[in-house]
Design a protein around this ligand. Structure first.
Ligand SMILES: Nc1ncnc2c1ncn2[C@@H]1O[C@H](COP(=O)(O)OP(=O)(O)OP(=O)(O)O)[C@@H](O)[C@H]1O
Ligand SMILES: [Mg+2]
Length: 296
């Protein structure tokens, strides 16, 4: 179902929106509110926060995507959740503790690749794995590294340096590194943006498999509406800050869309599912007509 903070005039055909399986948190209330974001704002210039009063929560095992136009503050929110940036106001709690800095409990895939250019693929990932499990032997580290490099299809490039890789390959190294540390949650900033369609599909499927298997909690930024519908349990629609008649209005989470398509959905069959087009149109309409209020 949709919980609509704005006036969309859109009504889902309830009968079509049957959900196959409950989420982890629906089955077990103890899993609720694993990540809590309360009243977050971030200003880079005084009095003009990029976004303000952003509050939402993720249950353990939940996959949440955020969609919004460039500049609305998606990466900024992710950086605050990662502990890499500090909010101007508000709080972030993960598993009951306030996020106060970066931690190996959170695996981050950055919008840029953020690899160490002087290290090979193997060493870039091993560095993270060794930090996470300092007592591991070299063989244990290597096994873990090789497993995740294989997952993203980069085994032939494992001993190459980032400068020898394409943009999509570098992005895959970032994905392997985030997954290889078995974090409590994943923060993904357009992780598939630089991948060709075929690789993108394969890695989406792999990611989905691992996430389901490990009941991983994921917060992911994407520009791709279909990707969000495929992967996310809920989709946060974010509006840009804008100058209105009454002054500056900061960016915000304008609406939270709950994905009621069956959880065991697949890429190939997505557009055949009842309710898919209504969901897709609703998100696209938001992006076209409501996301940039100041421009309409
Ligand atoms: N360190 C910074 N100093 C000043 N302004 C910043 C800084 N980081 C981000 N901004 C500004 O904050 C706004 C939001 O940036 P952010 O990177 O979060 O956007 P985004 O939604 O991730 O966009 P995109 O989809 O293009 O990645 C932009 O106007 C950007 O210029
Ligand atoms: Mg960004």
């Amino acid at each position: 179902m949709l919980s609509d903070a704005g006036a969309s005039g859109w009504t889902p055909a309830d009968t079509l929106w049957a959900r196959a399986q409950p989420t982890v948190a629906e089955k077990d209330p103890a899993m609720q509110g694993f990540l809590k974001i309360e009243g977050l704002s971030r200003a880079f210039s005084p009095g003009k926060p990029v976004f303000a009063d952003v509050s939402f929560a993720l249950d353990r095992g939940e996959f949440v995507c955020v969609i919004g136009h460039s500049g609305c503050g998606k990466t900024t929110i992710l950086n605050v959740l990662a502990g890499l940036d500090t909010a101007s106001s508000g709080h972030v709690f993960m598993d009951g503790r306030e996020v106060a800095g970066p931690s190996l409990e959170r695996g981050v895939v950055f919008q840029g690749h953020a690899l160490m250019p002087w290290l090979t693929v193997r060493r870039n990932i091993a560095f993270a794995v060794e930090s996470r499990w300092p007592a591991w032997t070299r063989a244990q580290v290597n096994e873990q590294v090789e497993k995740f490099v294989a997952m993203v299809g980069l085994t032939p490039a494992i001993d190459k340096k980032p400068s020898q890789l394409s943009g999509g390959m570098k992005q895959r190294v970032g994905i392997a590194r985030a997954f290889a540390i078995s974090p409590k949650m994943l923060l993904l900033d357009e992780p598939f943006g630089a991948l060709d369609a075929l690789t993108r599909g394969t890695i989406q499927d792999e990611l989905m498999g691992i996430v389901r298997e490990t009941q991983q909690t994921v917060f992911m930024i994407t520009h791709d509406v279909d990707e969000a519908i495929l992967l996310a349990d809920r989709i946060l629609l974010m509006s840009n800050g804008s100058e209105g008649a009454a002054g500056y209005v900061p960016g915000a989470i304008a609406e939270t869309v709950t994905n009621t398509l069956p959880r065991d959905r697949h890429r190939a069959g997505l557009h055949h599912l009842p309710g898919y087009y209504e969901l897709r149109n609703h998100i696209v309409d938001f992006l076209v007509t409501r996301a940039r209020a100041g421009e309409h």
